[in-house]
Design a protein around this ligand. Structure first.
Ligand code: SF4
Ligand code: SF4
Length: 277
């Protein structure tokens, strides 16, 4: 079994508790206006446009396929900027064993792994096989998801998943469609059902005041959290312009005042554990 992996970060302290190895899978079914990793959205179609841009001869074409040389690559990311398809020539097809090989290198220094993306749950069968092996190593398994795939129905995967970090990008369905290209019914169902199964680690909402009705989303999500588990962490993420797509460049990082208002709103609704990054 193989999956397309965008990159593996050997050590991360921001993708769940403790020190973790983070695996970013290629491919996403959302097309968020504020996407910070647009190069993870699509699978490379081998058009070859980025090959001309590499100044270090780390890319070339072979029988209609773009080949990436990891050794020659200087990680300047010029190829990512030149790709018109929101993709990367650096994603690799990997087997479960190849990913495990990378995890074994960091095994002694980490408490677990986190799978992210793109949208990692699009490759759920691979995750299942990977997590089964990772659990045997005594590591914890976290899923970072946009919530679009009904993870709550996947009992086999949940059995080997410790916790889920779930995005609720917008509570209003039309706003969610405008932002991501898809509705939010499965996201909200995941929110409710995964909470019942005690699988949620945190819920996240990106704050973009100029574009989104963040007050509505924070209000509804925090009210819901207060009913199911007031200690559940609600993470508000300030929109930042660095690395985003041109569509959102007219938006700005929200002011401290707006963030304070949203935190106060969530606390007032009975949601005790709100953080902002
Ligand atoms: S990131 Fe690597 S492959 Fe891409 S342009 Fe830079 S050197 Fe070339
Ligand atoms: S990464 Fe983008 S530009 Fe490069 S070959 Fe693939 S689709 Fe074309």
């Amino acid at each position: 079994m193989k999956a397309i992996v965008n990159r593996i970060l050997p050590f991360s302290s921001v993708d769940g508790p403790g020190n973790r190895t983070s695996i970013f899978f290629q491919g996403c079914n959302f097309n968020c206006l504020y996407c910070h990793n647009p190069e993870t959205i699509n699978i490379c179609n081998h058009c070859g446009i980025c090959v001309m841009e590499c100044k270090f001869s780390a890319l070339w074409m072979n029988s209609g396929e773009v080949i990436w040389d990891k050794v020659l690559c200087q990680n300047c990311d010029v190829c990512l900027g030149s790709c018109p398809h929101n993709s990367t020539p650096k994603a690799l097809e990997m087997t479960v064993e190849q990913v495990l090989l990378e995890i074994r290198k960091t095994r002694k220094f980490i408490s677990g792994i986190t799978v992210s993306g793109g949208e990692c749950t699009l490759q759920s069968e691979f995750l299942l096989e990977l997590f089964k092996e990772v659990k045997k190593m005594g590591l914890t398994t976290f899923v970072d998801t946009n919530g679009s795939i009904p993870l709550y129905q996947n009992e086999a995967l949940l059995k080997v998943t410790d916790k889920v970090m779930l995005d609720v990008k917008a509570y209003n369905e039309e706003e969610h469609k405008m932002l991501t290209g898809m509705g939010n019914q499965v996201v909200l169902k995941n929110l409710k059902e995964l909470a019942k199964k005690d699988k949620l680690y945190e819920i996240r909402t990106v704050i973009v005041p100029e574009v989104l009705n963040n007050y509505l989303t924070v209000d509804r999500v925090s009210k819901w959290i207060s009913e199911v588990n007031p200690a559940l962490r609600y993470k508000l993420i300030k929109y930042r312009t660095i690395g985003v797509r041109i569509d959102m460049l007219n938006s700005y990082t929200p002011s401290e005042e707006i963030i304070k208002e949203l935190i106060t709103l969530a606390n007032r609704n009975g949601c005790d554990n709100v953080i902002c990054i």
